[in-house]
Design a protein around this ligand. Sequence first.
Ligand code: 5GP
Length: 189
Amino acid sequence: MRELEEKILQDGKVFPGNILKVDSFLNHQIDIEMLDKMADEFYRLYKDEKITRILTIEASGIAVAVPIAQRFHVSVVFAKKAKSKNIGDGVYTSHVHSYTYNKDFTVTVSKDYLNEDDHILIVDDFLANGLAADGLIDIANQSGAKVVGFGVCVEKLFQGGGEKLRKQGYRVESLAKIKSFDNNKVNFE
Ligand code: 5GP
């Protein structure tokens, strides 16, 4: 999506460890108009599918998910990063490693909010190694829900998460695909 690429070129900052910071419009300050345009694009891509829930992971996925859910007239469910080890049996649980933050965390979704009748679109701000995506697929599988596909704002192609998901047969739609960072410059596919 051209406008997103232009915004990344204008405002994105590349940090060590192949991290792209987009705090000025996506991850800290939120540009609602940009989110609306991205949601329109995800709706255009997936409108012929039956979608009953948008699934994402807190925190930054939530802002992306809400305007998409509005277009499909469905609810957002976000996986929570568990703060205590004392997790009841009313939740689906998975484990996610974040290379970005060099941390492992447990994610949970209440069994009340996902079930085998659901057709879910998984959305997130970034797709890198695909480990957050793996955790969300794991949760969807535990619930019996069908994963219709993925919608991600920024895919870092060189980290391989998208390729792995596509090889597994998942539909993955990314609005900006980054091929490389050279000398702190972003190169799109
Ligand atoms: P993955 O699990 O695919 O390796 O990483 C995806 C998650 O890590 C996303 O939920 C996102 O929040 C975070 N992430 C990965 N790469 C970046 C990046 O370059 N910039 C930002 N801001 N977040 C990232």
